[in-house]
Design a protein around this ligand. Structure first.
Ligand code: PLP
Length: 282
């Protein structure tokens, strides 16, 4: 298995991280997860663009330009013969003696990337999954795809320890997003999702879904909705790079709609698959 580490392609067992890497010590860095279908990348430009935007928001300099990073992604997919999987890419603020303030200009960011085979979650997409509600205790810059994921991890663990697929987070009455996904409801044929503010990550999957809804005449509204509105929705789904369009059929003990994937969610799944097929060989 070949991985990328600071300018070199090496075997995974030779890829070691310094104990004073700021990503390791502080979570001081950013990342992206890009989907691979049939050996082809999906929405790669959008992911790359978001990586540079996250970097800018963190005042972090990525020591490679877009073209270089793009070619690293292609090389890794080829070297590891990835068919259905992901490319994980991470940039930290580099290695320097532990201190909170930024290191000097001479310290270059650490860049790592690797691939992993991950099948599409077809069974879950067909049957739907369950979720639990968790108070959103994260910081106020959830728009940055930061390595610091403690809030997300605690939320996901609460869900998973109770046998749920995802934690749907809420700040007080307002539903924000999942622990590793965006959250959507359907009410009377209209799709609602939290606006792309500092309180959520503006998912690439979310953007593809918005595009498909717009193209197919499904009303799509970026407007906050409450926990009560979530629980009384006709349909709920979550969305992410790895989960795609994932129906949520139950939240805690509350059955949503008919307790099966709803018609709007199912249509969005079909359009999403068509969108994958337009970019990748599946
Ligand atoms: N929100 C959070 C907190 C996430 O971690 C993710 C992805 O992992 C998403 C939303 C969905 O983003 P994307 O569709 O770009 O994968």
């Amino acid at each position: 298995e070949t991985v990328f580490l600071n300018g070199e392609f090496v075997k995974r067992k030779h890829a070691k991280v310094d104990i004073e890497d700021r990503g390791y010590q502080f979570g001081d860095g950013i990342y992206e997860v890009i989907r691979v279908y049939g050996g082809d990348v999906f929405t790669m430009n959008e992911h790359m663009e978001r990586l540079y935007q996250s970097a800018e928001k963190m005042k972090l300099k990525i020591p490679f330009d877009l073209q270089e990073l793009t070619s690293i992604v292609f090389k890794l997919i080829e070297a590891n013969e990835v068919n259905e999987g992901i490319v994980y890419m991470q940039v930290s603020r580099g290695i320097s003696p532990r201190q909170h303030h930024f290191p000097g200009e001479d310290v270059s960011g650490s860049v790592i990337a690797y691939t992993k085979e991950i099948p599409r979650p077809l069974k879950e997409m067909q049957e739907g999954v369950t979720a639990t509600l968790v108070e959103d205790i994260r910081w106020l810059r959830c728009d940055i795809k930061s390595l610091n994921l403690l809030g997300n991890i605690l939320a996901k663990e609460e869900a998973s320890s109770k046998g749920h697929f995802e934690a749907i987070q809420h700040r007080g009455e307002t539903v924000t997003e999942g622990s590793s996904s965006n959250a959507f409801i359907v009410k009377d044929g209209t799709v609602f999702t939290h606006p792309a503010t500092n309180l959520i990550l503006n998912g690439i999957t979310r953007r593809v879904i918005k595009d498909m809804a717009d193209k197919n005449g499904v009303p799509f509204v970026e407007q906050i909705f409450t926990v009560d509105e979530l629980l009384s929705a006709d349909e709920i789904f979550i969305a992410s790079t790895t989960s795609e369009v994932m129906p949520v059929i139950k939240v805690n003990d509350v059955t949503i709609g008919q307790g099966m994937p709803g018609p709007v969610t199912t249509k969005l799944q079909e359009w999403f698959t068509a969108s994958i097929k337009s970019e990748c060989k599946i």
